[in-house]
Design a protein around this ligand. Structure first.
Ligand code: FDP
Length: 278
């Protein structure tokens, strides 16, 4: 049941959060995307693997921090986890957290195969946002337990904030043109952890992007672990997502660790983005 998965992630996230202070150092390893791993990344990954694969419905566990998918003997759901999204914020003690996508097909899968998606945000308090069965719910997590704070969360109609990742000189010219217009209309809010920046968009309305870069045409974020779950949450909350041409949920999955340009937010801002990138 999805409820079991959500409760397990909330309980595990609380444990992960408590274990962070002593794990702010880099291990000697790199993740499959070539990024340095913190002790905290590996610790969180192992905890989520153990806890989620122990659930009867979970057939497989894939993570941004490991090359291969780990399988259980039974189950029918396939979990993609970014155990610590924004973990470079651990050094500067800024927001970060966990992202989860629950797919009904083996990975790599289309975002349309998501049955639920969620993130746990480690801010001044711990919150969890879950998209499931057409609605988004926001919870506060206290002592590993969930308490609903907002049912049927939707994006505010009037957008207020924007946050764009990547270095400006590395942005393609058409994205720069779009950004120049958006910055005349909205307030900049960029903290360097996708879920924290998207949480600002869900709270105040606006747009988050980690666009295609000149040096990296597929951008930085990963489709299975970041792009799809966050698009599922934002679209379920009444917003839109795009890889520049189409909804992220319609992007063809080719490999487990594939990257994708990510743009999510109020529909009108995503429509204008797609026109600008045409
Ligand atoms: P991090 O590397 O710290 O885990 O894909 C991960 C991510 O953070 C996102 O959470 C964040 O939006 C992005 O990378 C930040 O990248 P920049 O440092 O290039 O801004």
């Amino acid at each position: 049941m999805i409820e079991d998965i959500v409760e397990t992630v909330a309980a595990t996230a609380s444990e992960v959060r408590e274990g962070l202070p002593g794990r702010r150092v880099y291990d000697d390893a790199e993740n499959p995307s070539g990024e340095k791993q913190l002790a905290a990344d590996c610790y969180a990954d192992e905890l989520y693997e153990q806890r989620l694969l122990a659930l009867p419905d979970v057939k497989s566990y894939a993570s941004e921090e490991r090359e291969e998918i780990v399988e259980a003997d039974a189950g029918h759901l396939h979990v993609a986890c970014d155990p610590l999204d924004g973990s470079s914020n651990l050094k500067s003690n800024n927001a970060m957290g966990t992202i989860l996508g629950v797919y009904e097909e083996p990975l790599p899968a289309s975002g349309n195969a998501l049955v639920a998606s969620a993130y746990v945000l480690f801010g001044p308090i711990t919150t969890m946002v879950v998209a499931h069965e057409g609605t988004v719910t926001e919870y506060v997590v206290e002592d590993g337990e969930l308490r609903v704070v907002t049912e049927e969360l939707t994006l505010p109609d009037d957008p207020v904030v924007y946050g764009f990742g990547g270095r400006v000189p590395d942005w393609p010219a058409d994205f720069i043109d779009y950004a120049n217009v958006v910055e005349q209309e909205l307030k900049l809010r960029y903290g360097g952890a996708m879920i924290a920046d998207v949480n600002q968009v869900l709270t105040y309305g606006g747009v988050f992007a980690y666009p295609a870069l000149q040096s990296r045409p597929q951008g930085k974020l990963r489709l299975q672990f970041e792009g799809n779950p966050i698009a599922h949450i934002v679209e379920t909350a009444g917003g839109a997502s795009s890889d520049g041409n189409q909804s992220l949920l319609d992007v063809d999955p080719t490999e487990l660790h594939q990257r994708v340009p990510v743009h999510v937010g109020n529909e009108s801002l995503i429509e204008r983005l797609e026109l600008a990138l045409d």
